[in-house]
Design a protein around this ligand. Structure first.
Ligand code: MSK
Length: 662
């Protein structure tokens, strides 16, 4: 029999997957193997926007000759498909942001009494940006105006969304020159859907410029609003210790998994889980306590602010249930597989949906309402506690975990480089200019069962830091690094190149910085802007020796994020095949046309070694353009060798530092 191919680089996940296979329990990994993607849809050559089709634009010269029933060409079809995906990703992040803005409003007016303004400094900063007076006003009055102003941004019909002015001046000019400054978030999403409707925008270049525009409504709109409001309501993150891995599920406590994206209800669950009455109720039912466990980006939100342990990212959701230890999985919106309900039927787990927008057949539904948030949180916890006695099925129980440090908001990164009174990005910029740090890489985005889970994230993170590239990470990419043990500073410092190590030790930060959830990719935009403003690295984001990567992406939200980084001037590399692979014209627009107009480009590269090589080449090219000292490996110590994936697998044991840890 052929040896089994491992599905995950997360050792605990891999053990559970193997156990599930032996039990005949199906997971996303099995379904991905059984269900081959339709090659026509996969490559962007299928048009299903009207009922004359679906039209499949295939054939030897499809680019030139294939036509849909209406006459649409392959580049038009691919560009329309791409724009729709970016619009959907933008809608998702932005609807999340809208809910956050309404929660802030209700917190300010007292309608949602369980929520308070926690970070007044951040509130003031936002009020200043939004030109809202603060002098002599209560924080509630200011918060109300901030919330109303942000809510207005969704339906704004004309002008420019407010946060555009946070970008470097030169960047704003580029956007204005090409007419891609978003007017209002909803307007851009609606217009993208209109333009891609049958018989409207049929110029691939025009469609792809619209993709840049709608994505900017995400990055400098929805995502940034969401990050800032979450910081105001729950506190701006500072470094915090935690644990990662599905192994954090406890045998003798009530395990409650909080999964999804919006942090509001999860924050209430964190608070309520510490109430004496709830803890006493758990004890009465035979449990020693309540163990809150994060999943996906809800995990990142409560990890960044409270150190709540994370069970991992997207692909760990079914696996967490298969431990047989999850009393409840509470979900809200985004990245929730309907398969968790099927998985839960084999165990005692209750899957609880909490948003009217995201119901799943056969799940328990408890509607969340921010006006009685704690009451809903208590109801969920009591249901989970009542379910503790029902644990019967044996699951796959592995109890290894990895320690980590998270909590690097852009404010903290600023602070750590100079303290309260001299906070700045000077040390980072100086280190890049001197060649101690070669550049910066953002490794973000999802897991995808068509790629060995975490393997590309882990490989790239380590190779970048070995090559003196500072890594910032969010979303499931951050989970991958955390589970692998790379967010333990001493481990990462040991692996980092000598220049990067020296700088990190001097500043007191790890070489891989966890910046938060997917919406917190906006923190990367802010960091890039700070670096530009600090001076010495050009006058636009496109000048920075920096790259963005989403090596294991799967979500439309990842495409929206990647596109807003391109629109902001970055070189962005996605893993796997391109969703517009069928059209060389659209691929040309994404690279040549976008680069020429906005300074950034988007490439899809399936091979992680090529991703790494091209990313480093780009960083060096940007260094050269800035006339910075040529990066010399080992100049500040011993040179480290670029490692192939094969070498890396051989060193699996070394690179999985969580093995053997308590
Ligand atoms: S959770 S969007 S799988 S990063 Fe934000 Fe992970 Fe991608 Fe969802």
């Amino acid at each position: 029999m052929a040896p089994r191919t491992p599905k995950s680089a997360d050792k605990v996940a891999e053990e559970i997957i193997e156990w599930a296979e032996a039990q005949g329990l199906e997971t996303a990994f099995d379904r991905a193997e059984k269900l081959k993607p339709c090659p026509i849809g996969h490559s962007g050559a299928c048009c299903k926007i009207c009922f004359m089709g679906p039209c499949r634009l295939v054939g030897p010269d499809a680019e030139e000759t294939a036509r849909g029933v209406c006459g649409a060409t392959l580049p038009v079809v691919s560009a329309r498909n791409f724009l729709r995906m970016v619009a959907a990703g933008t809608a998702a992040h932005s609807d999340h942001a809208r809910d956050m803005a309404f929660t802030l409003l209700e917190a300010a007016t007292g309608e949602a009494p369980d929520f308070k303004v926690r970070d007044t400094q951040k509130l003031k900063k936002l009020a200043d940006i939004l030109e809202i007076p603060t002098e002599g006003r209560t924080k509630e009055e200011v918060a109300k105006d901030v919330a109303l102003k942000i809510i207005e941004q969704f339906g704004q019909q004309k002008g420019e969304i407010a946060f555009v002015k946070r970008a470097p001046k030169k960047r704003q000019e580029v956007w204005r020159k090409w007419g891609i400054v978003p007017r209002g978030i909803d307007r851009e999403v609606a217009e993208a859907l209109h333009r891609t409707n049958m018989g409207v925008d049929q110029d691939p270049e025009n469609l792809m410029m619209a993709a840049l525009k709608v994505s900017l409504a995400d990055g400098w709109g929805g995502c940034m609003f969401s990050t800032d409001i979450t910081d105001i309501l729950f506190g701006t993150p500072r470094p915090v210790r935690a644990q990662a891995s599905i192994g954090i599920m406890k045998e003798d406590e009530v395990n409650v998994v909080v999964h999804g994206h919006e942090p509001t209800l999860a924050e209430m669950i964190v608070e309520v889980s510490q109430e004496p009455e709830i803890l006493e109720y758990a004890r009465q039912k035979g449990a020693k306590g309540i163990n809150l466990v994060g999943m996906c980006c809800t995990a990142n939100e409560v990890l960044m602010r409270h150190g709540i342990p994370t069970a991992g990212g997207f692909l760990n959701q079914e696996l967490a249930i298969m431990t047989g230890l999850a009393e409840a999985v509470m979900v809200d919106v985004q990245c929730i597989m309907p398969a968790i309900v099927e998985a839960s039927k084999k165990f005692h787990t209750k899957v609880i949906t909490t948003s009217y927008k995201g119901k799943i057949k056969d799940a328990v539904h408890i509607q969340y309402d921010e006006r009685r948030a704690k009451e809903v949180a208590r109801q969920i916890l009591r249901l989970a506690i009542d379910n503790y006695a029902n644990r019967t099925a044996s699951g796959s129980r592995v109890h290894e975990t990895s320690p980590l440090i998270a909590g690097f908001s852009h404010e903290y990164i600023d602070y750590m480089q100079g303290g309260r009174f001299r906070a700045s990005f000077r040390p980072l910029n100086d280190a890049i200019m001197a060649g101690r740090i070669r550049g910066v890489a953002g490794i973000v985005g999802c897991n995808n069962p068509r790629i060995m889970q975490d393997s590309y994230h882990d490989y790239l993170a380590i190779e970048f830091i070995k090559n003196d590239v500072l890594v910032v990470t969010t979303g499931c990419g951050a989970h991958a690094c955390a589970k692998a043990g790379y967010m333990r500073p001493e481990v990462a410092l040991e692996m980092a190149g000598p220049g990067l190590r020296e700088v990190c030790e001097a500043i007191g930060c790890p070489p891989i910085l966890h910046l938060g959830a997917c919406v917190d990719n906006s923190r990367i935009l802010t960091i890039a802007t700070h670096m530009v403003h600090e001076g010495g690295l050009g006058d636009d984001i496109s000048d920075l020796p920096a790259v963005g990567l989403a090596p294991e992406w799967m979500s439309e939200k990842a495409l929206a994020i990647g596109t807003y980084f391109v629109a902001s001037g970055m070189y962005v590399i996605f893993g796997s095949e391109s969703p517009v692979e069928a059209s060389s014209e659209v691929k040309r627009i994404m690279t040549e046309v976008w680069e020429q107009r906005v300074g950034g480009k988007l490439e899809f590269i399936p091979d992680p070694e090529v991703m790494l090589r091209k990313a480093l080449e780009h960083i060096d090219k940007k260094r050269e353009a800035l006339k910075l000292r040529k990066y010399e490996p080992g100049r500040f110590g011993v040179e480290r060798k670029l490692m192939s994936m094969e070498d890396r697998r051989k060193l699996e044991k070394l690179s999985r530092p969580h093995e053997g840890l308590k």
